[in-house]
Design a protein around this ligand. Structure first.
Ligand SMILES: [Zn+2]
Length: 477
């Protein structure tokens, strides 16, 4: 790791983000433009995200399966909006085993079509419903403008695909999974999110309604961090997913799909990171505590190391790393682990051994302010409490920042200003023209129409016509 400082987050956010990813060894650029290599430290973070989400999916009755990477081109063409939405981004295989294929195969950009095809074979009766399947997979979308973790040609995600007997059940499922993403984001990633419905322009190609969780990044741009779609009967009709109901009558199923991806890593970096590097929420951090022994000679080493080992074993319930490298000094180690966002550092030196204490330093509060001396006795309980405090503090800080950057502007002139360095929440008539005008004038888009709003009817911020709902507007990644 180089010891050079990162670009300042406030002065050059974009360069700060790119360099942080490299320096914290989360990911690297691949030989194919737009692809990324997720390095072990980044993958360990992703594994913790996966485990947390997977537990939540299983607790709500879902099971995992794996579907093929290659999808016949004709499958995508069965749902008109779906193929229109995805065709510009498709990677297509035309040669296999040295021969031209009779039918081109698409590398999955998402799996509604192939899973819909399989569901039509598996679902026969109302007794087969609901089907609640998730898969952890990689997908390819040929993006032109790419950014590590936020938008890459190939990325990792999960996609849930469910089939139900009624429209109500499908809608319930859609919202249940949106809530699941929101609780993951807030409880484990310490990222406050707004749950809402997407506008028609922003919704998933082929969905009846799309919902998302939207998070505010450190530069105030919005990041869509998870989506849940009610597909109605669109895919059921395209793929003949039918069942015999209790009266022995043939009915089309109602389906949903929902996904979250390695984008969440981008969200964590951009929500919590600072000028020293990454700041990880303790619940997801691959390393929660790093112990740095401090000694100048063998004599001090023989005093310090037994204490370090004892503390390490007392912290068996946490993800702990002892940094016993001898080729670098403690100052280098401090910077290194700060760059990697480890939530808590414990320092043990000869004086600490003498006093039966240790120094602990919180990553979320840089410098002296975040450092304190605590007794060695009861260290495990102390670490547990402190990690919870860090988790809560990161969420509160992100929430306070978001609240300070959302305005409800009085008119369209003020609106245009609000979305330059923050978000606006405003009445919107729902018209595509007003949505397009906002985008053209400000580069901001409708992020979502929040689910919890007790708005009295008002007037559209753009055209002044009656509006039933408010929407969030922001520039977005
Ligand atoms: Zn309007």
């Amino acid at each position: 790791m180089s010891t050079e400082k990162l670009p300042s987050r406030s002065e050059n956010y974009s360069e700060w983000y790119n360099q942080l990813i490299q320096r914290a060894e989360l990911a690297d650029y691949a030989p194919v433009r737009g692809c990324m290599v997720v390095r072990p430290y980044g993958w360990a973070l992703w594994e913790n995200i996966q485990q947390s989400l997977d537990k939540r999916f299983k607790a709500t009755g879902h099971v995992n399966a794996a579907f093929p990477l290659l999808i016949p081109m004709s499958f995508l063409e069965k749902e008109k909006e779906h193929v229109e939405g995805f065709s510009p981004e498709l990677a297509v295989v035309t040669i296999g085993g040295g021969e031209k294929l009779e039918e081109p195969l698409v590398i999955r950009p998402t799996s509604e079509t192939i899973i819909g095809y399989m569901y039509s074979k598996w679902i026969k009766s109302y007794r087969d419903l609901p089907v609640l399947i998730n898969q952890w997979a990689n997908v390819v979308r040929w993006e032109m403008r790419t950014r590590l973790f936020l938008r890459t040609l190939e990325f990792y995600w999960q996609e849930g695909h469910t089939a139900h007997a009624t429209a109500d059940e499908a809608q319930e499922e859609t919202i249940r999974m949106l809530d699941t993403y929101a609780s993951f984001a807030e409880e484990d990633a310490a990222i406050p999110v707004i749950k809402g419905r997407k506008s028609d322009i922003e919704k998933f190609a082929g969905a009846v309604a799309s919902y998302s969780i939207e998070a505010m990044m450190g530069d105030t741009k919005a990041l869509q961090s998870g989506t849940s779609h009610n597909l109605g009967q669109n895919f059921a009709k395209a793929f003949d997913i039918q069942y015999l109901d209790k009266n022995n009558e043939l009915q089309y199923c109602w389906t949903t799909s929902w996904g979250a991806s390695t984008r969440l890593i981008g969200a964590i970096i951009m929500t919590h990171g600072d000028d020293q590097g990454l700041v990880l929420p303790p619940r997801l951090a691959p390393i929660q505590v790093v112990i740095v022994p401090i000694f100048r000679n063998d004599e001090e080493k023989s005093l310090v190391m037994p204490v370090v080992q004892r503390i390490n074993s007392e912290l068996a319930d946490f993800r702990v790393k002892v940094d016993d490298r001898t080729e670098v000094n403690p100052g280098f180690k401090f910077n290194d682990w700060e760059m990697r966002g480890v939530p808590l550092r414990i320092e043990v030196g000869p004086k600490d051994v003498e006093k039966e204490s240790v120094a602990i330093a919180r990553r979320d509060i840089p410098g002296r302010e975040g450092k304190s001396f605590v007794p060695q006795e009861g260290i495990a309980a102390r670490v547990g409490v402190t990690l919870n405090e860090i988790q809560a503090a990161l969420y509160e800080r992100a929430l306070a920042f978001r609240e300070s950057k959302i305005e409800e502007p009085p008119d369209y002139t003020a609106f245009q200003n609000s979305v330059q360095n923050g978000w606006a929440i405003s009445y919107w008539c729902g018209g595509k023209d007003c949505e397009a005008k906002i985008k053209e004038d400000t580069k901001a888009t409708t992020r979502c129409i929040p689910l919890d709003q007790k708005a009295e009817p008002g007037k559209c911020i753009v055209c002044g016509k009656p509006a039933k709902e408010k929407a969030y507007f922001a520039k977005a990644y």
